[in-house]
Design a protein around this ligand. Sequence first.
Ligand code: ATP
Length: 352
Amino acid sequence: MTQSRQSPQSPQSLLSLERATVRFDGRPVLDAVDLGVAEGEIVCVLGPSGSGKSTLLRAVAGLQPLDSGSLSLDGRDQARVPAHRRGVGLMFQDHQLFPQRDVDGNVAFGLRMHGFPRAEQDDRVRDLLELVGLPGAARRGVASLSGGEQQRVALARALAPRPRLLMLDEPLGQLDRSLRERLVVELRELFGRLGTTVLAVTHDQGEAFALADRVVVMRDGRIAQSGTPLEVWQRPVDEFVARFLGFDNVVAATVSGQVADTPWGKVPVPEGSAQGPCALLVRPAGVRVVAAGEGLRCTVAARTFRGTHVAVHLSTEGAPRLEAACALREAPEPGDEIGVVFDAAEVVVLRR
Ligand SMILES: Nc1ncnc2c1ncn2[C@@H]1O[C@H](COP(=O)(O)OP(=O)(O)OP(=O)(O)O)[C@@H](O)[C@H]1O
């Protein structure tokens, strides 16, 4: 497994979970999770529905007690610390703004709760609205704002009490794709500038990879893999993570030396790959189309335009379909008979 940069016990960890476990009806929904989040780090937790992401956030926020294991912030155990004393900020998917209040009333909410003097509240609200790109919006009613603007107000509200840890649950879930892509870049820049430590949960891998310093993939209450976006993308550890990331060229194989025996024939593997039976991933970029008569014989079944390339779906006798990533001008047509060779640099031997 790829190691995270911080061990859960690391003295630099702002947040540290050790064997954190939550059970519902006897079933572990968080199952002995070890996780450290360093000061200033942005960690995104990814995983399919029901894998325990929200339960993890709720446990850190103090909304869900652990059944066993421990959770500390700044090295202090939080078992007996109620939610409102943990100094963490939470922003949920449906951002739950107060519809009857204006923007100022929403952003200043936490500051009023904490008894900040009025002048300081006003200063902070002004600064935060500037920061999230809504200068001068303090008097607007939240109902008159667009979805993206409401999201920014929710973010300003979560940031206002200057939480030492900001937690985001599907922060951009409701928004359309182009707005999400823009906001995620802005968020990363904003958190970097403020030095905010962030633990975010999303099921959108694009969002997680764009936002995070480190990605944590969860499966059935456990951490399947943790690493930088590049590490996880380039070297998914097992078939679950590979398929979750959208890779479909995964087959059972047996590695011997620098070659794997697969239903697609012999596939070269990188030097030093683990030997013996495994699951094998061939990234679409490693499926190279060559002239018919060379390599593995395939027929083009379909093509999908993907903006930067064309995904070409290939059928071949007696083996699962293969996806190849082809340059826009070079993609073969459906029905074409072609040959395929594999590029070892794009092949990953996965843990069984
Ligand atoms: N209060 C509860 N009582 C019983 N079961 C619960 C409770 N809260 C969550 N669960 C169950 O725990 C599992 C994990 O739920 P959780 O909400 O943490 O998953 P998730 O990864 O956030 O999913 P999603 O992406 O759908 O929000 C699910 O099977 C869910 O049904």
